[in-house]
Design a protein around this ligand. Sequence first.
Ligand code: F6P
Length: 551
Amino acid sequence: MASTIDISSTEEWARLRGHQERLEGTTLRELFAADPGRGTAYTVTAGDLYLDYSKHRVDADALRDLVALAERAGLAERIAAMFSGEHINVSEDRAVLHTALRLPRGARLTVDGQDVVADVHAVLDRMGDFTDRVRSGEWTGHTGKRIRTVVNIGIGGSDLGPVMAYEALKDYSDRGIQCRFVSNIDPTDVWEKTHDLDPAETLFIVASKTFTTLETLTNAVKARDWLLDGLGEKGGADSPAVAKHFVAVSTNAEKVREFGIDDANMFGFWDWVGGRYSYDSAIGLSLMIAIGREHFAQMLAGFHAMDTHFREAPLAANAPVIAGLLNVWYGNFFGAQSHAVLPYSQYLHRFPAYLQQLTMESNGKSVRWDGQPVTVATGEIFWGEPGTNGQHAFHQLLHQGTQLVPVDFIGFAEPNHDLGDMHDLFMSNLFAQSAALAFGRTAEEIAAEGTAADVVPHKVMPGNRPSTTILARKLTPSVLGQLVALYEHTTFVQSVIWQIDAFDQWGVELGKVMAKQLAPVLVQAEAPTAEQSQDPSTDALVAWYRRERGR
Ligand code: F6P
């Protein structure tokens, strides 16, 4: 295990406190007036991404000491440790190697005695062959019809990544095959996603790293019942129809077999891929079927380009490092508690939801990797919606509310569909929002427009609200890979500063255990026994529910 330091006791931390006090009373207007060149100087290009961080409440001194903090936290060593396969997931004693999922064929990486690159490409090849067969119509359902709908059944990392990327890359997909995603254990989810489908043309992908997840297995059984009923198959789970309509993606071959899915229809991955870092593994099979193996390969190349940048660029010119340090800056020194991600791309409408798991399941921790309590705030709340929808909803709070919410704007020069000058209008909104947040409008400026004196205070735009603007020429598979890898590594950078394990998620376990205990109590005919009692509040809620359900 890496040694641990109390980051808040370091002299770098103290220096940053000083910078915060110095900059607290300085506005972005003043910073730009003092250094008009910062609009181009405070930028970094990483692969195809152009990241403008000029509208942040930092100057050269603060930035220098943020980088010094990263050095003090041992960031360079931790990056090297992750890429080389050290067991940096300490509480689960695992390597963290999502970066190996996108190493090019022929690269070399042996971890724990295993040739990781060969393993990765063997699975990618199998996925590619299967994808080709489904897309060409060679793979048919039980009755000989070709597959028209792919339903991915998974939750968390086995859902959010595939659905986000499917939506993001819809323009690259085969419109003759539709993908749907069932995740919630709410029965309406699987019902809504299947009731209007023809089972003969439907392929289910059961995606679960562990293959023990209650939601996924419950939905998979319901889907199997729906399929067999719809096909009029009498053979139950052993029916040969299952093999034509169900494939699995998992690290747990034994459980997949128990479910009745043949090894030939299983696509594996490894325990060194965290769920929320997994959609570029076989978990992305639905996506690969939608966009084809070439586009999937382009996406992996995009991920790899950002990995290479993260591994090789000096800390001060490293996009994920700068982004991570700025998040630390606001969370730990300015007291910001949340972070908005606002993609100006309708195709990225699920990107904020995807990032919520990536960032919050990774960094929502209150002990360090040595098991001691953290001494600083961790894990901000990520949220967002695509622009311009958010402008007509929550931007009011961003502009004039009392909370400081750093923002990431994401935009593209070229739209996937150009309708006259509509895209220019769209992007003008992005640029206007970031400028309005940063520079605002003073009372004098508003009064000078002829506004009545009593209304002036309501119209004042305080400004000084920080944002990063991330731009790329076009949303392509490669650019999506670069964007996701940017956020993966940004999340990791923050975890290293905080000295926490970003790759476990013990906090989600207790609720699962308690739900399993409660499930029979909700269903049983007889009143709950004393042993089944939980706590007075839960008991009262359960009693209400049982009454409503007539039990
Ligand atoms: O409960 C949280 C979690 O373990 C996530 O980390 C994971 O992405 C999700 O559940 C789904 O897990 P699995 O892929 O094993 O079904």
